[in-house]
Design a protein around this ligand. Structure first.
Ligand code: F6P
Length: 607
């Protein structure tokens, strides 16, 4: 563990990104976190430690009363949470003809899906009809795989929302875009602003409004920032709400699935929970109630990272599996199974991973998922998510290089867990467990015996009679942190991260396109246009760009990116060495570790 001096220097580093000039003009969600600069060279223990510190920033209070950035605990943020929870309560008290829509792209849409289902289930317990609906850009396919292109379409976003509103008189719309950037969500918010008699919009994101994305959106007259500003104007009259505390840069720059996803879950669950408690149990919604709720989530952070050693051990195992061309499998139950599926699906766009590298399965598959479009398994192997699929297609191929992680709670049928674990243990000794139990509810047998002591178990103490419901939300968050740590750590150990950048990202929408050029600029010092040319040459596999290629829309470029591999590393080599695209590709093929190839190229280029 770090000493006092190291802690002090880390605290200073943590604040560094707040200085006005730090990586200006990047918004906070795209900056690199000073705490994780060397994460690519860290071992499992250190990786987990850095993630712990970065995640802790989500709950950091105001450093000074007049701090530039609003935080989760800032007065103004807490007040908006109170106001939004109050609106939720109103809808739940008069649910007829009303709807609460949660919407987003990628991870933000997946969290929207998870929470819409969770809170509809809660309504069911109170004999109420479902009130929640979710929207994810790209439809249900995007719950399990990365569908980045629809994120760029404001008209698609507006259209899907319009369809969801049919037959409703009041719609409370919560649009999530961690970076205040997704055109899909901007289109939906704009639709709300044009129909305020029926819709009240809420925007959730983690940048100050003046740094919301301001570049023109293809075929649309507004920018995300303009929409945000219109909402802020309406906030005074409570006709729109903007919830945008800053939670610090991601541990892996721009990877909003991590802190962005976490903060989304915390904020949304807090307002929905408080709204439900007020509507069903007449508990008052006030600042204190919001603060207590967020503090409970902060305790989950402490509880989870108490298990640093155990978590580091799983990270190490998963990393070894990926290094040896093996796989990591998550086998989960109920919503923790969904957390596993979500975490696994995010590795493809983030690390340029193959979908087979890390995969998630859940007990009951689609019958448990409860997604709108039902069983998608006929769409291909990426969509086969049932434990039964695992048993029939993966289990026969499992070997010692694979890591299998069971994720369950004391509320799941332990007989099922034991049976499947027995089957997997016949194939590999590398079987791990992440599990949760709580006071008075312990596992019926010593699970260490079943998992040969490779168990990461957290024993929780419920804060009050509050409910098993809140406990499950906390288990989910805890599991999210652990799985994000495992998949991120394993890819770092595999060499898929350079410094704290996802160097091998997929360039499949306009945000990722700009991010990729930003990475090229950062490491080679090139001009934007030079970086863009190099990127396009790689995307089109062309030594010379034709006029058509050079002048095509970004959407055309990102379409080309769907079939390209190692795009950013190749462009880096091209820029740094002046070699051809095919030479750069050949050079990278010789080096199995992307990070090392990039590092060698950048350091040798400097001599
Ligand atoms: O486009 C890819 C992506 O960065 C996903 O990884 C992310 O979950 C999604 O965009 C949504 O980003 P945001 O919440 O900032 O709109």
């Amino acid at each position: 563990m770090p000493g006092d001096q190291e802690k002090a220097s880390r605290a200073r580093a943590a604040q560094e990104w707040e200085f006005p000039g730090y990586e200006s003009p990047l918004p906070v969600t795209e900056k690199s976190n000073p705490l994780s600069l060397d994460i690519d060279r860290a071992g499992p223990q250190q990786i987990v430690h850095v993630l712990q510190e970065c995640d802790a920033e989500v709950f950091q209070g105001d450093l000074q009363p007049d701090a530039e950035f609003k935080r989760l605990y800032s007065e103004s943020v807490i007040q908006i949470l109170v106001d939004v929870a109050d609106r939720v309560k109103t809808i739940l008290r008069e649910p007829d003809d009303s709807l609460i829509v949660l919407s987003g792209c990628g991870t933000s849409g997946r969290i929207a899906f998870l929470l819409a289902n969770t809170f509809n289930r809660m309504l069911g317990w109170h004999q109420q009809k479902p009130v929640y609906s979710y929207i994810i850009a790209g439809g249900d396919k995007a719950l399990l795989t990365s569908q980045e292109a629809p994120e760029d379409s404001p008209s698609l976003g507006a259209q899907v929302l319009k369809e969801a509103c049919v037959g409703r008189k009041h719609v409370f719309f919560i649009g999530i875009s961690c970076g205040l950037s997704a055109p899909f969500v901007a289109g939906q918010l704009d639709f709300c602003l044009n129909n305020l008699d029926m819709l009240t919009p809420v925007l959730i994101g983690f940048n100050p409004a003046h740094t919301a994305r301001n570049e023109p959106i293809q075929g649309w007259p507004h920018t995300f920032r303009q929409v945000t500003e219109r909402m802020l104007d309406l906030q005074r009259a409570q006709r729109a709400f903007v919830l945008n505390p800053v939670v610090g840069p991601e541990a892996i720059s721009g990877s909003s699935r991590m802190k962005g996803g976490t903060a989304t879950k915390v904020l949304l669950e807090s307002v929905l929970l408080l709204g439900h408690r007020a509507a069903h149990s007449h508990v008052e919604i006030n600042r204190q109630a919001v603060l207590d709720c967020i503090r409970d989530y902060e305790k989950v952070h402490e509880m989870t990272y108490c298990k640093t050693n155990e978590l580091a051990s799983v990270v190490g195992k998963a990393g070894t599996s990926l290094q040896k061309e093996g796989h990591v499998y998550y086998l989960g139950w109920k919503t923790l199974g969904i957390m596993g599926i979500i975490d696994a699906s995010e590795c493809v766009p983030t690390f340029g991973a193959d979908f087979q590298d890390i995969r998630g399965f859940m007990y009951g598959g689609f019958s448990e998922m409860n997604n709108k479009e039902g069983n998608l398994s006929s769409l291909g192997p990426q969509f086969c998510i049932d434990h039964k699929d695992f048993v029939s297609t993966i289990l026969p191929l499992i070997g010692e290089n694979d890591t299998v992680i069971f994720i369950f709670t004391v509320d799941d049928d332990f007989g099922d867990v034991e049976k499947l674990a027995g089957q997997v243990k016949k194939k590999t000794s590398n079987v791990q467990a992440i599990c949760h139990e709580y006071k008075g509810h312990c596992f019926p047998v010593n699970i260490n015996n079943i998992f040969d002591s490779k168990v990461l178990k957290i024993s929780w103490t419920p804060s009050d009679a509050d409910d098993d419901f809140f406990m499950r939300l906390q288990w989910e968050l805890s599991t999210k942190w652990m799985l994000n740590g495992i998949s991120t750590g394993a890819h770092i150990l595999k060499g898929k991260v350079y410094k704290n950048y996802m160097i091998d990202l997929k360039v499949t929408n306009s945000k990722l396109y700009r991010r990729a050029i930003g990475i090229l600029q950062r490491f080679t010092g090139c001009q934007w246009t030079q970086g863009e040319r190099a990127l396009l040459r790689v995307l089109y596999g062309a030594e010379e760009l034709t006029k058509e290629m050079a002048t095509a829309d970004v959407s055309r470029h990102t379409q080309a990116a769907t079939t390209s591999d190692r795009v950013v590393p190749t462009a880096l080599v091209v820029l740094q060495t002046g070699c051809s695209v095919s030479q750069a590709q050949a050079q990278l093929r010789e080096c199995s570790v992307v990070r090392d190839a990039v590092e060698t190229c950048l350091t040798s280029g400097r001599h």
